[in-house]
Design a protein around this ligand. Structure first.
Ligand SMILES: [Zn+2]
Ligand SMILES: [Zn+2]
Length: 282
């Protein structure tokens, strides 16, 4: 039997390890920023800025708070208005004070039919007709007809739908109050934006995860105003188990529920309200 020195054996072992490691690394696809490329069909957006333009909690004192929710999602070359709050005057004045360029808004996504999410739409369309509007397919025909009379294309959402590169809808969910959430997929994971989360915030995040993979942040109304502390604790834990990194509850979440999330999530709780701006950069 030929004799192999210890140093030769060690060299062989190192060589094998290097080859194995190289093979492992090359199975991952890296984007130019060195992050692992997402593998779903949604794609991803490089940068996003989310401006809360309508909420019942004040974040910036120069703006007006009113019951409802709306935010502007600024992407590379266009913006998306998600929900429209309860009235157009508050919506438009807050957007102007926050420096929103309404000419860049090409799409409006409505979470659900309630007036505190759709009330600002037609006043907005007076200013900016001809946009594409994404509504749950259960919306009444009369609503869709009225939107079309402003030169808008109305897209009825049933199942999960990719809206554009990096942006998707969970699809219409729930049995009683039908609702869709918006998914914005970034290099850090998906941002899930809910209106009121009537179908259950955990259900909506589970659906978003099936569509876009890892969820980075959940933002919007969690609809927990009437929930007990133990119910909220359970929901907070379920979102954590789903891998949610940051929570930014607002609108109909309820002050008590917000306090529980603040306590349990610590630095992972993002304080928002009308006037807040969230930014994700690569
Ligand atoms: Zn609602
Ligand atoms: Zn609401």
């Amino acid at each position: 039997m030929p004799r192999i020195s210890l140093s030769t054996l060690l060299k062989c072992l190192v060589a094998v390890a290097v080859i194995a490691l190289t093979a492992y690394i090359s199975t991952l696809t890296l984007n130019p920023q060195g992050k692992v490329e997402e593998t779903t069909g949604v794609g991803w957006v490089e940068e996003v800025r989310i401006l809360i333009v309508y909420d019942n909690t004040l974040f910036n004192r120069s703006l007006k708070a009113s019951w409802g929710f709306a935010c502007v999602v600024e992407l590379d070359n266009e913006s998306i208005l998600f929900d429209t709050g309860g009235d157009p005057e508050t919506l438009l004045s807050n957007m102007a004070k926050m420096g929103v360029d309404t000419s860049k808004i090409t799409r409006v996504v409505l979470s659900h039919i309630h007036g505190d999410h759709t009330g600002g739409l037609f006043g907005f369309l007076e200013l900016r007709g001809g946009v594409t509007i994404y509504v749950p397919s259960s919306f009444p025909r009369s609503f869709k007809d009225l939107a079309e009379s402003y030169g808008c294309e109305v897209v009825e959402i049933s199942g999960p739908t990719v809206i554009r590169e990096g942006v998707a809808s969970t699809g219409e969910m729930g049995t009683w109050i039908k609702e869709q959430a918006l998914i914005v997929n970034t290099s850090r994971g998906a941002i899930v934006i809910t209106g009121c989360a009537h179908p259950g915030v955990v259900n909506m995040v589970e659906r978003a995860k099936e569509i876009a993979g890892d969820v980075y942040m959940v933002l919007g109304g969690f609809h927990l105003a009437g929930a007990s502390r133990s119910e909220v604790v359970k929901i907070a834990q379920q979102l954590d188990e789903l891998g949610v990194k940051l929570v930014a509850p607002c609108h109909c979440t309820g002050e008590n529920a917000k306090a529980v999330f603040r306590e349990l999530y610590g630095e992972r709780f993002v304080e928002i309200g009308v006037g807040a701006v969230l930014e994700v950069k690569p």
